[in-house]
Write a protein that binds this ligand. Structure first.
Ligand code: SAM
Length: 281
């Protein structure tokens, strides 16, 4: 039986630090939903970002072979390596590294680990920066399950023709298949944050929808296409293609009269392919 989250938080005995984005999850249903979405098994090593008092960590330990946790707060590192060991079954399979997930040496932290999954109730202020860092090495991972503030979660999983769809949606969806897992209200945490959160599953197995070699051109096209949302794609793309814009759109088979948010990922990939072909001609 897992130790109730509130008991772990009480045993941690420290005040949550706002500067570290510390809002601890107390809702057992949400904690289990995150761990279940990660589809862990005895072969899996989990990188947990920001374990805090270990409320999510114990759900991961119950399902995975090993957990490597990176935590910036030395108070949490001391707790997880001390009192926590008597409170949580399987805590011997936990290795805690004190460090910043934005800079920690991940090669050293994860040396020898296979079947890698990353999970984290990420601090809201650095969530996307941590995700972008991990995205730089997509082949390393099978999947991730991360919590973000709800607006960011909506943008990550947005589809065309929605307000949330934009360059963040495309940057991530070109590299991973994404899916919303669960919305999390403020009451699920102590202390309760001012905002809602959302959990997102990223599936990184198999080839990305945009091949790695094409991604720099894809990112460039997407950035230009969304430079001004109210403009048509054609007008936005003029910034990079100038007089060649119509020829590029024709070759890619993309309707430049549409607004960027109306176009699927495949349209931006087709434009990126034209850019590549022109560069190699
Ligand atoms: N996992 C716990 C939970 O679900 O309740 C705590 C989540 S809390 C939102 C975020 C955690 O990330 C805190 O423990 C905080 O100290 C830690 N943290 C903040 N910035 C970090 C960083 N740059 N690198 C690693 N951990 C960080």
């Amino acid at each position: 039986m897992p130790t109730p989250p509130r008991e772990l938080i009480a045993a941690f005995r420290h005040r949550a630090r706002k500067s570290l984005g510390q809002n601890f999850l107390t809702d057992a249903g949400v904690l289990q939903a995150i761990a279940e979405a990660a589809r862990l098994g005895p072969e899996t090593t989990v990188l947990e970002v920001g374990p805090g008092p270990g409320v999510l960590t114990q759900e991961l330990l119950a399902r995975a072979g090993a957990v490597v946790a990176v935590e910036k707060d030395p108070r949490s590192v001391a707790f997880l390596g001390g009192a926590y060991l008597d409170l949580v079954a399987g805590a011997a399979n936990l290795r805690v590294i004190e460090g910043d997930a934005l800079t920690v040496d991940l090669d050293a932290a994860l040396a020898g680990a296979s079947d890698l999954v990353a999970v984290g109730n990420l601090p809201f202020n650095v969530g996307t920066a941590i995700m972008n860092r991990l995205l730089a090495q997509p082949d390393r991972w099978r999947r991730w399950v991360f919590m973000f503030q709800r607006e960011v979660a909506r943008r990550l999983t947005a589809e065309p023709d929605s307000k949330a769809y934009g360059s963040l949606s495309l940057a991530v969806q070109s590299r991973a298949r994404v899916q919303p897992v669960v919305d999390v209200p403020p009451e699920a945490f102590v202390p309760a944050p001012q905002i809602h959160a959302g959990v997102v599953l990223f599936d990184l197995e198999g080839p990305p929808s945009v091949p790695l070699a094409l991604q720099p051109s894809f990112d460039r096209v997407v950035r230009s296409a969304f430079a001004t949302r109210r403009k048509t794609l054609r007008n936005n793309l003029k910034r990079i293609f100038g007089d060649e814009t119509d020829a590029v759109l024709d070759t890619a088979g993309v309707d430049g009269r549409k607004r960027p948010e109306q176009l699927p990922l495949a349209a931006f990939a087709a434009l990126a392919q034209v850019v590549e072909d022109r560069n190699t001609d």
